[in-house]
Design a protein around this ligand. Structure first.
Ligand SMILES: Cc1cc2nc3c(=O)[nH]c(=O)nc-3n(C[C@H](O)[C@H](O)[C@H](O)COP(=O)(O)OP(=O)(O)OC[C@H]3O[C@@H](n4cnc5c(N)ncnc54)[C@H](O)[C@@H]3O)c2cc1C
Length: 329
């Protein structure tokens, strides 16, 4: 993508999947702690006009900066249709942004990010994404203590009359039906295979740790370990297919949901099994495995829990969208 005076790479979902698994194999926390466009970059690719991309990427090009993507709310979770953070239109075409967000990665150290909100008084079509400069008056973010994925530094955000100029409203150049829920859904479809890949990296790291550090595995233990290895490979194939499917048809997110649910559940299975291979003192004796198990719990919640992915899958089944020619399912 040409933006901000340079060309930015890494927008194909398959590219992101390949990179995310390798980084997460090293340390998922470090991947999530890194500055860069992250989730907002994908949102901008879906919803941003050229001027907005230039503003966002121009700032990132000046020096390494963190970004954030604020969707989840204290009382409403991540259900886009139920958001209460409000954009109030002002006479000059700008907006006032009020509300609260929770569990938002990197917001306390970010310079810029995106917030998903509802235009005051509007219903379904009122869901809107805006770009926010964290130095603007009324924006505050404070880190929350966490047990897993500490690198993501998840935060609580308060938005108290933050002024949003008209040019920071994403999707202005798109039709009303394409600006809100539809675009956010596309963004999640494109992000979910990447989270599946992070889970795969965590699972592979735990599996390889057992191979390297456990005395020789025999009999049933060996079979269990090898079966987990086959499940990692199967989840990887599903994740690749999901990435290819979303790159070909971003609106078809069922495979992405399947991959996210499957890989995250697998990461928990593999990390807990890995601890089991080392006996009752494993969390103390093998701190890396303890960390991997805590991180695996964390990815379950990123970009929708397993239950939300299953809801998306069942909605696809009920509506008949799954199984249509071209979806590869
Ligand atoms: C490491 C990490 C990073 C994160 N980063 C971000 C970020 O950058 N930006 C952001 O906005 N958010 C972020 N989140 C928040 C994450 O998206 C939410 O935690 C997640 O969507 C779940 O929302 P919730 O915590 O409010 O739980 P809830 O939605 O309250 O869910 C609680 C439980 O209820 C279940 N549940 C909820 N609804 C249903 C339903 N309809 N049917 C069946 N079961 C249901 C869920 O599966 C879960 O088990 C992050 C979370 C973590 C752990």
């Amino acid at each position: 993508m040409p933006a901000g005076g340079r060309t930015t790479h890494g927008f194909e979902t398959l590219e992101r999947v390949l990179i995310a698994e390798e980084f997460a194999y090293g340390d998922a926390g470090m991947l999530l702690a890194s500055p860069g466009p992250s989730m907002s970059g994908v949102l901008l690719d879906v919803l941003g006009d050229q001027e907005q991309k230039d503003w966002f990427y121009g700032r990132l090009a000046e020096r390494p900066r963190w970004t954030f993507f604020g969707l989840t709310e204290p009382e409403r979770g991540s259900a886009v249709g139920e958001l209460t953070t409000t954009l109030t239109p002002l006479p000059d075409g700008s907006y006032r942004l009020d509300g609260a967000k929770r569990y938002v990665g990197n917001a306390a150290r970010a310079d810029v990010g995106a917030v998903i909100a509802r235009v005051a008084g509007a219903q379904r079509l009122g869901i809107t994404a805006v770009l926010v400069d964290t130095s603007d008056p009324g924006f505050t973010a404070e880190p929350l203590g966490t047990v897993g994925l500490r690198g993501a530094q998840i935060t609580r955000i308060t938005l108290d009359s933050v002024h949003i100029p008209a040019e920071r409203v994403l999707g202005r150049h798109l039709s009303p039906t394409r600006r809100g829920m539809w675009s956010i859904g596309i963004t999640f479809n494109r992000l979910r295979p990447g989270v599946a890949a992070i889970a795969l990296g965590i699972a592979r790291a735990a599996h390889d740790y057992v191979t390297a550090h456990r005395r020789e595995l025999r009999g049933a233990e060996r079979e269990r370990h090898e079966a987990l290895g086959r499940r990692i490979e199967a989840a990887r194939q599903l994740t690749y297919r999901a990435a290819l499917s979303v790159d070909a048809r971003p609106a078809a997110g069922h495979l992405a949901s399947a991959a996210k649910a499957r890989a995250c559940a697998l990461a928990e299975d593999v990390t807990l099994a890995a601890l089991g291979f080392f006996g009752p003192g494993a969390r103390l004796d093998h701190p890396l495995l303890d960390k991997l198990a805590r991180d695996a719990r964390g990815v379950e919640f990123m970009e929708g829990t397993g239950n939300i992915q299953k809801l998306a899958l069942f909605q696809g089944l009920i509506s008949g969208k799954i199984g249509k020619a071209g979806e590869g399912e």
